[in-house]
Design a protein. Structure first.
Length: 192
């Protein structure tokens, strides 16, 4: 497993938003991106994760972060416009389409006007991690090793982030985060 320092590309954009932005990280796992944020001087970090063991690991890695056990299928427990930046790296792909839309609406609600969303999502070309050869629940939504998993193509990315979002960057790329290459969409948006 490699460092996967995807946020390096967006540090300047994040700091242009605010010298000390309020950042929400969704699906923080064991804290890979949380550690990056703390190491780069970001102090106002709130991170959510449904898996309590991963959240405990994140707490050990970044004790200064405000950590919350949260299921993304539920409304986010934050006030409107609370955050300058939201990160959602590889956590938006477990849900039916209507629930995914609801989650993105919740993210938008929690972002300040002109706030940033930086996210990565499974690509339909991610053949090493489930985009082919599995039982199809719905279009581009499969049961992979007992879990539902969604894969996005360019039109579905555009449909998910339509009204209310300004697209800053959208690119499909291969990342070196796991044992095998993984194909993702990396999307950066500004709340309108």
């Amino acid at each position: 497993m490699n460092d996967d320092l995807w946020l390096d590309n967006w540090k300047t954009l994040i700091t242009q938003r605010s010298a000390s932005p309020a950042i929400l990280e969704l699906g923080c796992g064991s804290g890979r991106d949380t550690r990056w944020l703390a190491a780069h001087g970001f102090a106002d970090i709130t991170a959510t994760e449904i898996a309590t063991e991963a959240l405990a690991e994140c707490a050990r890695a970044v004790p200064s972060a405000h950590l919350i056990c949260h299921d993304l299928r539920e409304p986010l427990p934050f006030t409107d416009g609370r955050f300058d930046v939201v990160l959602a790296s590889l956590c938006l792909h477990y849900f039916a389409w209507d629930k995914t839309v609801d989650i993105v609406d919740e993210i938008r609600r929690c972002l300040a006007p002109d706030g940033l969303l930086l996210c990565r999502m499974n690509s339909t070309k991610d053949v090493n991690y489930g985009a082919v050869g599995h039982w199809e629940i719905a279009p581009n939504y499969y049961e992979v090793d007992g879990w539902p998993k969604r894969f996005f193509d360019a039109p579905s990315v555009d449909a998910l982030f339509g009204a209310g979002w300004e697209q800053i960057s959208k690119r499909e790329l291969t990342i070196d985060r796991y044992e095998k290459p993984k194909v993702v969409w990396e999307v950066v948006l500004r709340r309108q």
